[in-house]
Design a protein around this ligand. Structure first.
Ligand SMILES: Cc1cc2nc3c(=O)[nH]c(=O)nc-3n(C[C@H](O)[C@H](O)[C@H](O)COP(=O)(O)O)c2cc1C
Length: 158
């Protein structure tokens, strides 16, 4: 959600899940980095087609600079992120190739290089919903909500 209230959705890699929350990484200067910083809240959706399962999560989001997350990425992923150009207009594909080659050289020459706005975000869940699909459409939904201290679960109509 941007500051005008426009919703936006993106596919991101879930980097981990622990007591601090559901983790994902973003460049703070990207549109999603800015939206997250402004909203402080986020929602996640996961789907496993083979099992017909969905998990939806909503909650508060916080972010901190993370060199460790960045340095664990492949050289190609680091080079792309170092450009810091995500979602800006690209004049042509040749410009991308040239910039990426130069960034790969920087990564090789300075392996400890980290962009100043690389953030690891943690979504602390306030609600988690599990959906199990059923061939005869009797899908099962279980919603769990946290009031701050206790989690409570209930079934929902599908
Ligand atoms: C399978 C898949 C995985 C992706 N993983 C990431 C990711 O981990 N980080 C990321 O910044 N973008 C990732 N993207 C691209 C985002 O969906 C999105 O297009 C991009 O981050 C730009 O979003 P923004 O303009 O809203 O900031 C992924 C896309 C796909 C299809």
């Amino acid at each position: 959600m941007d500051t005008q209230g426009n919703p936006a959705a993106r596919i991101l890699i879930l980097k981990g899940l622990d007591g601090d929350g559901w983790k994902f990484a973003v460049h703070g200067g990207s549109p999603k980095g800015r939206d997250l910083a402004a909203a402080g809240r986020a929602a996640l959706t996961f789907y496993w087609p083979a099992q017909a399962r969905q998990v939806r999560v909503r909650g508060r989001e916080s972010a901190e600079l993370s060199a460790a997350d960045f340095l664990a990425r492949s050289p190609a992923a680091r080079a792309e992120a170092l450009l810091g150009m995500q979602s800006r207009p690209l004049r042509n594909l040749a410009d991308h190739g040239e910039a990426t080659r130069a960034a790969l050289e920087r990564v090789a020459g300075e392996p400890g290089l980290v962009p100043p706005e690389w953030m690891l975000c943690a979504l602390k869940p306030e609600s988690v919903e599990f959906w199990q699909g059923d061939r005869s459409c009797r899908h099962t939904r279980v919603s769990h909500r946290c009031d701050g201290a206790e989690w409570e679960g209930e079934l929902l109509w599908s």
